[in-house]
Design a protein around this ligand. Structure first.
Ligand SMILES: CC(C)(COP(=O)(O)OP(=O)(O)OC[C@H]1O[C@@H](n2cnc3c(N)ncnc32)[C@H](O)[C@@H]1OP(=O)(O)O)[C@@H](O)C(=O)NCCC(=O)NCCS
Length: 159
């Protein structure tokens, strides 16, 4: 059977999720993104996975307490051991119809064996035109992240 490349989380934004300004904390949104992406990567690889990098995370609109949150994580590109996931967060009050996109990003996970060593993952093959465009964007994001890695290493002496 074909691996499923999508995971969707749905829940309500709670009072404990907010910051001092009364809106959902950015760090909480990043946690939701990381959790949904982990589930997506583990579902695809059937392995324990670790986060490698998160790229282009965008806070487009604030999220408010009581809104229903949908976090959709979707594998859009795979390498040998890495899975590149496109995540979209949507929010809206359950009593209303105006659901909006609040966040999006690319996040990359690596599949590991029991000892933490990287293992190969099944290749993801894009099918639709949208799949192909998302894969292209994910590859660009990966190149950007790697360029940043080498810039840090060469210019700032950090690895
Ligand atoms: C993940 C980790 C093992 C990668 O090690 P590394 O030596 O930096 O990476 P490598 O050069 O071996 O590359 C491994 C894969 O990551 C990809 N990769 C490396 N840097 C990347 C970046 N900045 N963005 C996206 N992908 C990247 C590579 O393309 C490669 O994928 P492939 O096998 O599909 O070609 C290492 O960085 C690590 O242990 N990080 C900590 C993980 C962690 O604690 N996460 C948070 C808690 S889960």
């Amino acid at each position: 059977m074909k691996n499923s490349n999508i995971v969707e989380f749905r829940f309500l934004a709670e009072p404990t999720d907010v910051n001092f300004g009364g809106k959902v904390h950015g760090g909480m949104v990043m946690k939701w993104i990381d959790q949904a992406s982990y589930a997506c990567a583990a579902q695809w690889s059937k392995r324990y996975c670790v986060t490698i990098s998160a790229n282009g995370i965008r806070f487009i609109r604030p999220i408010l307490v009581g809104q229903m949150i949908t976090v959709t994580a979707r594998i859009v590109h795979t390498g040998k051991t890495s899975m590149h996931i496109y995540v979209v967060v949507r929010a809206g009050y359950p009593k209303e119809d105006n659901i909006i996109i609040t966040n999006r990003c690319f996040i990359t996970f690596l599949a590991t064996d029991e000892t933490g060593y990287p293992v190969k993952v099944d290749p993801y093959i894009p099918e639709t035109e949208e799949d192909k465009l998302l894969e292209e964007a994910a590859i660009e994001a990966k190149h950007f992240a790697k360029t940043l890695d080498s810039d840090f290493e060469e210019k700032l002496g950090w690895k």
